[in-house]
Ligand binder design. Structure first.
Ligand code: AMP
Length: 115
């Protein structure tokens, strides 16, 4: 299976890549919601967080630790930031290749719209 993000990770499509290791790749969101908006993506295709398995523990932990490191590198760790993983239709997921959004650089307001 391939995805838009898999093609970015393989270097087949352009991106503003900020980090890559043997498990995850991070690149800037093409349509940023804030001054810092980075996507942290597993190198292997996992469609949604609902598809994670026990074998993915190291990968899941790596995504969090890379987010923390990148937040420091981007200078937003002190003021704070938000990590978001959208899952499927109700979560608003558009791209079915698991990714964590690292968003910051301005006050982000309430977590979700109230209804
Ligand atoms: P989600 O709604 O959680 O699936 O988020 C998908 C994100 O991917 C959106 O914030 C898009 O702006 C972003 N996106 C889509 N295409 C690209 C691309 N080619 N490079 C970087 N980010 C992208």
């Amino acid at each position: 299976m391939t995805t838009l993000f898999a093609r970015i990770i393989r270097g087949e499509l352009p991106s503003d890549m900020v980090y890559q290791d043997e498990l995850v790749t991070a690149f800037r969101d093409i349509n940023p919601a804030a001054p810092v908006h980075i996507l942290i993506v597993p190198n292997k295709v996992i469609p949604t967080i609902d598809d994670l398995t026990d074998e993915d523990q190291l990968l899941a932990g790596r995504m969090m630790l890379v987010a923390k490191k990148l937040a420091r590198m981007e200078g937003i760790a002190e003021d704070g930031y938000r990590l978001i993983i959208n899952c499927k239709k109700h979560g608003g997921q558009e791209i079915y290749h698991l990714h964590m959004h690292l968003i910051g650089g301005r006050p982000l307001g309430p977590m979700i719209l109230r209804w």
